[in-house]
Design a protein around this ligand. Structure first.
Ligand SMILES: C[S@@+](CC[C@H](N)C(=O)[O-])C[C@H]1O[C@@H](n2cnc3c(N)ncnc32)[C@H](O)[C@@H]1O
Ligand SMILES: Nc1nc2[nH]cc(C(=O)O)c2c(=O)[nH]1
Ligand code: SF4
Ligand SMILES: [Mg+2]
Length: 207
């Protein structure tokens, strides 16, 4: 594995996973720069320009991760996010994180080809750039952002394409959460295969 490879890192931080299936678990986030999807409500637009973020080697990123969790990665998820992390080849990064004992999870729109050895793939497809079938079939979790009431119909189009074990989440877009939460609850009562995912880190004012 070529660990001299460089990746743009916007930020990395040790917190809890605030969303989806692993909500509440200890998680070390690595946010890579670069995204070409362009969601108008994106909560990390600063991540979009890959050139705005410093480059680090895979070894530097993985070493810092292990050091910042206190030297023992047991039961800690490393979450690769962005930006759109699949704009980069993630094979070497996931190998380096596994070698240090982390579980590897990804947050992705699925708009770029899969790479990396992930223990868990959270797919959050977007209307602005379609998810690829190769990512859809591998997803462990489908997390649809609900910005308006038409998004439920759109969500079902993706739910019809995922594998049978895949978990289904509806997550309100943050600025519309007060308006969308009652609609999501009503929808789940009628369609109980779905669960709600709230961005609990935002309610707690933590990263
Ligand atoms: C910032 S994105 C980065 C990873 C990848 N580009 C993606 O969109 O999945 C991380 C997660 O935050 C979600 N997200 C982004 N902006 C949001 C917002 N304003 N409200 C709710 N969820 C949001 C995304 O859908 C995704 O599930
Ligand atoms: N605590 C916390 N949980 C998260 N889950 C997904 C996030 C992301 O931006 O990818 C995120 C994040 O930024 N912070
Ligand atoms: S795909 Fe993810 S990072 Fe890119 S604009 Fe959309 S929410 Fe933001
Ligand atoms: Mg976030």
């Amino acid at each position: 594995m070529n660990n001299d490879e460089l990746l743009p890192v916007m930020e990395s931080f040790y917190t809890i996973q605030g969303e989806g299936y692993f909500q509440g678990h200890a998680a070390y986030f690595i946010r890579l720069g670069g995204c070409d999807v362009g969601c108008h409500w994106c909560d990390v637009k600063e991540s979009w320009d890959a050139n705005a973020h410093p480059l680090f080697t895979i070894d530097q990123i993985a070493h810092k991760a292990l050091s910042e969790v206190g030297g023992n990665a047991e039961n800690i998820i490393a979450v690769i996010t962005g930006g759109e992390p699949l704009m980069h080849n993630l094979d070497a990064l996931t190998a380096a994180l596994h070698a240090r004992g982390f579980q590897t999870n990804i947050e992705t729109s699925g708009a770029h080809p899969p790479s990396g050895d992930f223990d868990w793939i959270c797919l959050s497809p977007k209307k602005f750039k379609a998810a690829l079938p190769e990512v859809i079939e591998k997803a462990n979790e489908l997390k649809i952002i609900v910005y308006n009431k038409s998004d439920f119909i759109w969500a079902e189009q993706y739910a019809g394409q995922i594998n049978r074990q895949c978990k289904l989440y509806l997550q309100p877009e943050w600025s519309k959460a007060q308006e969308m939460i009652p609609l999501i609850i009503a929808y789940i009562r009628r369609n109980p295969k779905w669960e709600i995912s709230l961005q609990i880190h935002k309610y707690m004012n933590i990263p």
